[in-house]
Design a protein around this ligand. Structure first.
Ligand code: S3P
Length: 174
């Protein structure tokens, strides 16, 4: 059995992009939790928020975390809110290691500029909201994650750092 590598962090920190590179490097399959939900529901995350509300999305996210935590040999890109629910984080830690991709606010603002597929950011006070949400969430990500990697760099470099840290983690904890 090969433990999962679970990537967490704020929207735009690179969970999906880095996760795909990391999956190749580590010989694991890549799975994006938001895409998993979208495939199961037959609609996008934005449509789920609009049609059914955020609470429904969070329930689907919890079910997805439970299902994926039963698998192994995966790199899992979580959604930006997934591990903020401790139950989800605990499930994902059972079969994997949670890694925080720690990108600066400046990097996130740049990467999220003009992006329209994040329902939480579809608001007039977007910039202020993003800063406030970032400040509130960072300590929660740190508490949920077992490892932390700086994520302002390119996906190749970030995934290499994750690989080094997770290999050490699994060798100590196996
Ligand atoms: C969310 C982040 C999104 C997605 C949903 C809610 C959040 O995922 O799960 O829009 O609460 O931060 P990304 O982090 O991949 O953008």
């Amino acid at each position: 059995m090969c433990g999962n590598i679970v990537l967490c962090g704020f929207m735009g920190c690179g969970k999906t992009t880095v996760g795909q590179v990391l999956a190749q490097k580590s010989g694991r399959s890549f799975l994006d939790l938001d895409q998993y939900i979208e495939q199961q529901q037959g609609k996008t995350v934005s449509q789920i928020f609009a049609d059914d509300g955020e609470a429904t999305f969070r329930r689907l996210e919890n079910e997805a975390a439970r299902e994926l935590s039963r698998k192994d040999n995966l790199v899992i890109a979580t959604g930006g809110g997934t591990v903020l629910k401790e139950e989800n984080a605990a499930l994902l830690r059972e079969t994997g290691v949670i890694v925080l991709l720690n990108a600066s606010l400046e990097t996130l603002e740049r990467r999220l500029d003009g992006v329209s597929n994040r329902p939480l950011l579809q608001r007039d006070d977007r910039q202020e909201f993003l800063r406030d949400l970032y400040a509130r969430r960072i300590p929660l990500y740190r508490a949920a994650a077992q490892l932390c990697v700086e994520a302002d760099g390119d996906p190749e470099t970030v995934s290499e750092h994750i690989l080094q840290k997770t290999e050490l983690f699994f060798s100590k904890n196996s």
